[in-house]
Design a protein around this ligand. Structure first.
Ligand code: 8YV
Length: 325
């Protein structure tokens, strides 16, 4: 008998066909109140889940006694209680690698957009405000040759370093759990402690996962280390930053600006003070959001899920402790 897979993220027709050939599939179209009610109804018979952007608490997963696997369409796994899943021997998989380059591109899009005031000046033109050659009050700041500081040197951090070093001639500082000699050799990068990076970098970019250790890592004390002409970039998770402290730092001129793709609560509240500041570029968690990359992530998630249901070890297993063999 076919296993029951519950999707809470829509798949392309091609991937849907592939999944339906192997499993009974229930699709939850939206994660609104009705969708969440549908999910709760489907969980008691579910053998696997596939989706993203939904916190799957133990209280919800207790409704799924037959659950064998969760295939997340994401590289970040902060929406899951990994200890709980491992205890229940529920395999959790994610989609690393396929989104690395696209997410690093987003990081550089925010660096350039924030430093050169692209959104603000494009809106000026659109509003008919371009009446004469622009002057100093509309000037931005250079990116090439400035110091790029990367907090978290994983796949995305490395891709960011590659762009900075080879693309923009930027000296690269980085902070992570431990030094990475290969990264230092490839990108002439220098490992330093967090405070040194915050004090010396022109661009401070967060590319680290949200964990118990990194939650609120960038707080008022951290912002106080940064230079007034520095620009803060976050493409990791909103909760790595004390958002109120960031708002204060921007208001008080402790930093020049911020390029933000992630926020403490998402979607960002339309009345957030961040949206009232011209020196803030805010984007809707679009890090991996291209047609090509999201299809590649979904394909990776489907492959992980089908392997798990077939009793094979998935390629991207987040919690190897849950693996039976
Ligand atoms: C999106 C991400 O949240 O991969 C992650 O961890 O943050 C982004 O790619 C995810 O892909 C939503 O589908």
């Amino acid at each position: 008998m076919k296993k029951h897979v519950v999707l809470y993220k829509k798949l392309s027709a091609q991937l849907m066909d592939r999944l339906q050939a192997q499993a009974k599939v229930t699709l939850i179209e939206n994660l609104d109140a009705q969708g969440l009610a549908q999910l709760r109804t489907a969980l008691p018979s579910a053998h696997a889940l596939l989706g993203a952007s939904l916190k799957l608490d133990p209280s919800l997963l207790d409704l799924a006694p037959h659950l064998e696997a969760i295939a997340s369409v994401s590289v970040g796994v902060d929406n899951y209680d990994i200890d709980y899943l491992t205890e229940r021997r529920i395999l959790l998989t994610n989609t690393p690698d396929v989104l690395t380059e696209t997410t690093a591109d987003t990081g550089f899009a925010l660096i350039l957009a924030t430093a050169r005031r692209v959104v603000e000046l494009a809106n000026l033109v659109r509003a008919g405000g371009w009446q004469q050659s622009i002057g100093p009050r509309h000037f931005g700041s250079d990116v090439h040759g400035k110091t790029l500081g990367i907090v978290g040197m994983g796949r995305i951090g490395e891709a960011l370093a590659q762009r900075g070093h080879f693309g923009f001639g930027m000296p690269v500082l980085y902070h992570s759990h431990s030094p990475k000699p290969a990264v230092e050799q490839r990108f002439n990068a220098r490992y330093c402690d967090l405070d040194t990076l915050l004090q010396q970098a022109d661009f401070i970019c967060l590319t680290l996962p949200l964990t118990a250790e990194t939650e609120d890592l960038i707080d008022a004390r951290a912002f106080a280390q940064m230079r007034p002409d520095s620009i803060f970039i976050n493409i990791s998770r909103g909760k790595v930053v004390d958002e109120a402290a960031m708002i204060d730092a921007l208001r008080n001129g402790q930093i020049r600006g911020a390029g933000l793709d992630v926020f403490e609560r998402e979607p960002l509240d339309p009345v957030s003070p961040l949206l009232q500041m011209d020196n803030v570029v805010a984007t809707p968690h679009m890090g991996s959001a291209t047609h090509e990359t999201r299809e590649a992530m979904a394909r990776c998630a489907v492959e992980n899920l089908l392997a798990a249901l077939a009793g094979e070890r998935p390629a991207n297993l987040v919690n190897p402790g849950a693996w039976k063999r």
